[in-house]
Design a protein around this ligand. Structure first.
Ligand code: AMP
Ligand code: MN
Ligand code: MN
Length: 333
């Protein structure tokens, strides 16, 4: 390859695109792989399955997958389009178009990040402030409430009829990423209303995703919350509260139980920043960060190797829990 070709290839590799170009590329795809982020939530799966259903209806062969864990979280198994999910090991190595959903960086694809290399083109669809623009085509709207809200806008411009199946997937991402419609903006409720008007059961979707836990969740919460720690001097005197969830606390509980803990810890009024350290089976840690007003946790998470949004971010790390707390406190200033 000559230098000139290399230059143009690298320019191609970081293009910002708007909805019309993304739609045109999707329309022309001869095959597509849609990748969701590791430890998937309802936004990444909802946006991935909704787009996959649309491509399937257009006759474009499509697969949807995520790098880890092996199984779809139980609370998402009623989503329409799950027949298009394939295990990570079965994701094609060569594909015309690879689309990533709700991923702020290539690392969020976990072991499937290698599939970026052999794709004809890669289209990144996301709403993270920290997005690294790792695709050839990057459709990033950091003002959107959820990736499913970006996908809904795309469907409207594309002329896709949003029926109940698509609405179910889109609503799931919207209700979870807005914290059950607490973090909203003008237009959020209009979109929710349109989706509900297709006849989906919004209460059932939300209850299954956010309000259903086995009894064992209660003793786990009791154990983990009992050791929550408040550090009023941290974050420049704004305060940090944190809790630690060890593998021994998790036992047989699902990701839904583990991910719920930050939503309790973050309500602490004495702390601007909340953190939950979650121990993985390999001994590494995922850290969830939340802030309320004047600390940008996406910046802190990025500094520590992760990413996210201004008020909700995360990263992974190794070491002991106290080492992680120390480096977090140092980064918070
Ligand atoms: P969570 O605390 O897992 O709900 O994540 C909060 C936000 O931070 C989400 O928008 C995630 O996409 C982002 N995030 C969480 N963990 C990571 C990570 N390891 N790397 C990059 N972004 C992350
Ligand atoms: Mn997500
Ligand atoms: Mn999201």
């Amino acid at each position: 390859m000559t230098n000139i070709q290399e230059t143009s290839a690298s320019e191609l590799s970081h293009r910002e695109v708007q909805l019309p170009q993304a739609i045109a590329r999707l329309e022309n795809a001869t095959s597509a792989t849609i990748l969701c982020h590791v430890q998937p939530d309802a936004d990444t799966i909802g946006s991935g399955l909704a787009l996959a259903l649309v491509l399937e209806r257009k006759g474009i062969p499509v697969q949807v997958a995520f790098g880890a864990p092996d199984e779809l979280p139980e609370s998402m198994r009623e989503f329409p389009g799950t027949h298009l999910l394939v295990p990570a090991s079965q994701v094609r190595r060569n594909v015309d178009l690879l689309v990533t959903m709700d991923c702020g960086s290539a690392g969020r694809l976990g072991k499937l990040a290698d599939r970026l290399e052999n794709a004809g083109e890669t289209l990144v669809i996301d709403h993270h402030r920290s997005n690294t623009r790792f695709g050839n085509m990057n459709l990033i709207d950091d003002s959107a409430e959820s990736t499913t809200a970006v996908v809904a806008q795309m469907f409207d411009l594309w002329g896709v009829d949003i029926d109940a199946d698509l609405a179910h997937c889109l609503y799931a991402g919207l209700v979870t990423d807005t914290g059950s419609f607490r973090w909203v903006q003008p237009g959020t409720h209009t979109l929710a209303e349109r989706l509900l008007d297709t006849g989906i059961d919004g209460a059932r979707i939300a209850r299954r995703l956010l309000d259903t836990h086995p009894f064992g969740w209660l003793p786990m919460l009791s154990e983990v919350l009992a050791s929550a720690t408040l550090m009023p001097e941290a974050a420049g005197g704004r305060g940090l509260v944190f809790a630690v969830i060890r593998q021994a606390d998790i036992g047989d509980l699902r990701s839904e139980e583990v991910e719920s803990v930050i939503d309790i810890v973050r309500t602490t009024s004495e702390a601007e920043v909340a953190a939950v350290l979650k121990e993985a089976t390999d001994g590494s840690w995922s850290v969830s960060l939340r802030s309320k007003s004047d600390v940008d946790v996406s910046r802190v998470a990025r500094y520590l190797g992760g990413g996210g949004h201004r008020f909700a971010a995360g990263y992974t790390s190794t070491g002991t829990s106290s080492e992680i707390v120390t480096s977090l406190v140092d980064s918070l200033g």
